[in-house]
Design a binder for this molecule. Structure first.
Ligand code: 5RP
Length: 225
């Protein structure tokens, strides 16, 4: 079985009747949504989903998964999402699919967060994957130049027509090609301090369980903080 499908289906087993479930975005999360949809249909699993993108909302609706808006729930029991990189100390980069703003908001409300990845996403240190930074359109060029001056190798994310990619909130994304991130906390704090930055893809102290797809089967890693 494809590794993404393997971990998507494995993660769906952790969903229990009555839960409010955060539904992530991306090609791995796609299979988790598919698996939860099957459980809703075939087992009568009763859950409410809170989605992290319009793409995931469309998919969940097609499958008949009941949904609520993030503002309609007090908290989320469990969120299952993909990731772009996970370091040895379980910090992550997300946002390769451009949904990290909603993903972080949903994760922040969640009691438990499971990331589902294939083993290619596990790294010693973060940074080989370009770090996504969602920014408002106004002054986007100023932020771009600031990142350039700091040697952070920024590129504007492009859409399929080579125009600037727009997030679900209508913002741009700059990807920072850093190669390695020595101080994720310092970098996150600095990005958080910049006016015009809406959200970045460093997800620190966020995940509680990681399910890794390997050729020998899914491996579950509990994260103790
Ligand atoms: C979207 C994300 C995704 O979870 C991340 O990009 C992983 O995606 P995929 O499972 O397709 O590799 O953060 O914003």
């Amino acid at each position: 079985m494809e590794l993404k499908k393997m971990v998507g289906y494995k993660a769906a087993e952790f969903v229990e009747d009555g839960m409010v479930v955060g539904l992530g975005t991306g090609s791995t999360a796609y299979y988790m949504v598919e698996a939860i949809g099957k459980r809703v249909k075939e087992e009568g699993l009763s859950i409410v989903g809170v989605t992290t993108s319009y793409r995931t909302s469309d998919h969940a609706k097609e499958l008949g998964i009941p949904l609520k808006d993030i503002d309609e729930v007090e908290s989320i029991d469990l969120t299952i999402d993909g990731a772009d990189e996970i370091s040895a100390d379980f910090q992550g980069i997300k946002g390769g699919g451009g949904a990290h703003l909603f993903e972080k908001m949903v994760a922040n409300l969640s009691k438990e967060v499971i990331w589902i990845v294939d083993d290619s996403k596990l790294v010693t240190k973060l940074g080989a994957f370009p770090l996504p930074v969602e920014i408002v359109k106004f002054g986007a060029g100023q932020l771009y130049r600031l990142f350039e001056t700091k040697g952070m190798n920024p590129t504007f994310r492009k859409d399929e027509n080579e125009g600037k990619y727009l997030t679900d909130s209508g913002n741009f994304i700059i990807d920072l090609h850093l190669e390695t991130i020595e101080d994720p906390r310092g970098l996150a704090a600095w990005l958080d301090s910049l006016t015009g930055v809406v959200e970045h893809g460093l997800f620190l102290d966020c995940v509680t369980k990681v399910i890794v797809g390997t050729n020998e089967g899914p491996v579950i890693k509990e994260v103790n903080r």
